[in-house]
Design a binder for this molecule. Structure first.
Ligand SMILES: [Zn+2]
Ligand SMILES: [Zn+2]
Length: 381
């Protein structure tokens, strides 16, 4: 809340300059520390002086009349480039809201700190299935801002210091009174001389030009746990961008991208693969050796196995990222029908069909529906 400067001096809002001066002199004599040693009187004397400072200055008094407090932290200052009307013809909506609800004029934002936290960084890391499944220590190259070792983040050249900005008196912002469609408002804008810092760097560090950080390329090793999935991010605390002024580094996120595998497709922690077995093996049953990710698994294909059958090998998938155990490996069986039969094989198959009572019509020589069907299938065999 803005202080009641009129109340402190005991004058009305319409008081003339003379009235204000008289009220101030009277109260100053009464509460001056030389004549009144009471500690409360000292406080009162400070208030009186503040009230007089504000109400005897036309611009500050105008700010008070608009509900602002020119003495609040960040609340205006000695006339700078942003004096009345100096901040351009437009007042942003936020400024207006600030003016009415105390954002800029009452609470005060103050100068913004030179040292601010850094941003997070993200890095894409391509891994193959073997690595995502069982983990890996992957070398990565990181391009980020790091602390400037010449100035340790201060931004100043050796033996020099920051200087208080003369344009804004160190407040980092300047207040102005402007006419808007909502009437007159007080608005605050960052000081253009110091970019709102309230300080300037007369002699910037030659290495970082005052930023307190420099861009550099680093090599790190990131430990990828077993079971990570495509799209997951590994967080490396404070390995991201160092902030302006050497502020605390953000985090580095390493985003996992899993390369497609030649044999296995992955769904969660389960793996899927396709294995082709000849029609005869599917009919008679057989034993296969499946090359899983990290083992060889004997698998029995039962006699009479149909095309599209699936075998499930428990715990031969990807290890779970959290908790023990692994996903499963699903082996999808494609049954292959022979595409080229010599005369003897064909004779035996016809014989076989006959013993099963399966009628197989002979194809006509000039082709026809079945011939076209056969060609179509062959095309996909
Ligand atoms: Zn530096
Ligand atoms: Zn400034």
């Amino acid at each position: 809340m803005a202080r009641d400067y009129y109340g402190i001096l005991g004058v009305s809002k319409g008081a003339s300059d003379d009235e204000i001066k008289r009220a101030y002199r009277k109260l100053a004599r009464q509460f001056h520390p030389d004549v009144n040693p009471d500690p409360e009187a000292q406080e009162k004397f400070k208030d009186i002086n503040a009230a007089y400072e504000v109400l005897s200055d036309d611009r500050k008094r105008q700010i008070v009349d608009l509900g602002g407090d020119p003495l609040a932290p960040g609340g205006g200052g000695p006339g700078g480039p942003g004096g009345p009307g100096g901040a351009g013809p437009f007042v942003g909506f936020q400024d207006i809201m600030d003016a009415f609800f105390g954002g800029a004029t009452g609470a005060g934002r103050g100068p913004r700190p030179r040292t601010r936290p850094g941003a997070d960084a993200i890095l894409r890391l391509e891994l193959d299935l073997q690595e995502t499944a069982f983990g890996v220590e992957a070398p990565i190259t990181v391009d980020t801002a790091v602390l400037c070792t010449t100035c340790s983040g201060a931004g100043t050249a050796a033996g020099t210091h920051l200087a208080t900005c003369e344009a804004c008196g160190g407040r980092g912002e300047v207040q102005s009174v402007q006419r808007t469609f909502l009437g007159q408002v007080v608005s605050a804008r960052p000081c253009t001389v110091c970019q709102g810092y309230g300080t300037t760097i007369p002699h910037p560090c030659p290495t970082c030009a005052g930023d307190g950080r420099v861009r550099t390329r680093r090599s790190l090793t990131v430990k990828i746990p077993a079971g990570v999935e495509d799209g997951m991010r590994i967080r490396l605390a404070q390995q991201g961008e160092v902030g302006p002024g050497g502020g605390t580094a953000g985090d580095l996120y390493v985003e996992i991208h899993e390369r497609p595998h030649d044999v296995f497709s992955r769904k969660g922690d389960d793996l899927h693969c396709r294995v082709t077995v000849p029609m005869t093996a599917a009919a008679l049953g057989t034993r296969l050796t499946i090359k899983a990710l990290d083992s060889e698994e004997p698998v029995d294909v039962k006699p009479g196995t149909q095309p599209g059958s699936t075998l499930r090998l428990r715990a031969r998938g990807v290890p779970h990222l959290r908790g023990a155990g692994r996903g499963d490996l699903y082996v999808h069986l494609d049954v292959r029908t022979p595409t080229k039969l010599d005369a003897e094989q064909e004779r035996m198959l016809r014989e076989f069909a006959k013993t099963r009572g399966e009628e197989v019509a002979e194809l006509t020589k000039q082709g026809g529906f079945f011939s076209r069907m056969r060609d179509a299938f062959n095309g996909h065999a």
